[in-house]
Ligand binder design. Structure first.
Ligand code: ZN
Length: 259
């Protein structure tokens, strides 16, 4: 039994319909899915998908560069309204820091304000946060240290940093999630994290339709390929596939309070 802890189930980039995406995943023993919201529009789609399909859960959040024209206050109100409307929202996010050459993206100060608004919302609602971190180790760590307490928990998704950084977020109580990035060449830093991380502190995900496994680069990614992430983790940790799938399944259910 596997859970794809982070995917975008409704996305224009897919070449097959949702029913087929889910049935192919189930044939590969991927039975539960968390579909991720990234903007006001996507949040509604994620919620509708989760309401319709039993084993699909969702998160709602604002990605660092989305909905740039809307004020933080309005974004907060939108998220709060969503929270009232669905019982299948298991997390706030993805939110965080993205330092890349995103066209017309938010400035770092504005990203921090948006991220902190979502951290507060997660605490108020006793929900975990799903953190996007692209080149933002320093900023993410600073904010997590500032807000960390027993009522803030979450995961750094698509982990792509060092064991040094991983240890710091693990010490703050956060989980780390591995994607098919770990199958790419020259990923020694993150492979060291895979090797060292305790069995009760990691999740697996696809981030589909992005980040296909190395063997399928250039193609679309699908939730069924969370199996490939799991195989790679097992290989690096010198554990069996069953041990890794059981651990990541249990860790995901625990973090997101999924029964
Ligand atoms: Zn994502």
């Amino acid at each position: 039994m596997l859970i794809d802890s982070h995917c975008h189930l409704v996305h224009k980039n897919y070449e097959i319909p949702l029913e087929q995406i889910l049935s192919e995943a189930r044939e590969n023993d991927v039975n539960k899915f968390i579909t991720i919201g990234t903007s006001i529009k996507e949040n509604v789609i994620a919620m509708q998908t989760a309401e319709k399909i039993r084993d699909v859960y969702c998160s709602i959040g604002i990605y660092p560069h989305e909905d740039k024209k809307i004020t933080i206050k309005e974004l907060r109100n939108s998220l709060k309204e969503n929270l009232k409307r669905s019982s299948k929202i298991v997390a706030i996010g993805e939110c965080g820091i993205d330092i890349s050459n995103w066209e017309n993206g938010r400035k770092i100060e504005d990203q921090i304000e948006l991220f902190e608004m979502q951290i507060d919302l997660a605490k108020e609602n006793n929900l975990p946060i799903i953190i996007h971190n692209r080149n933002g180790d320093k900023e993410v760590l600073k904010l997590l240290e500032k807000h960390s307490s027993f009522d803030l928990r979450g995961v750094i998704h698509c982990f792509d940093s060092t064991w040094e950084f991983a240890q710091k977020v693990l010490n703050l109580g956060f989980y780390v999630s591995f994607s098919n990035l770990i199958t790419y060449p020259r990923k020694d830093d993150v492979l060291e994290v895979v090797k060292n991380i305790p069995m009760n502190r990691f999740l697996v995900e696809t981030d589909a339709p992005y980040l296909p496994p190395q063997s399928l680069r250039g193609k679309k990614n699908y939730p069924k390929y969370v199996r490939i992430v799991t195989e790679k983790v097992a290989q690096v940790k010198q554990k069996t596939f069953e041990e890794v799938s059981k651990a990541s399944y249990e860790n995901t259910c625990k973090l997101f309070s999924i029964l």
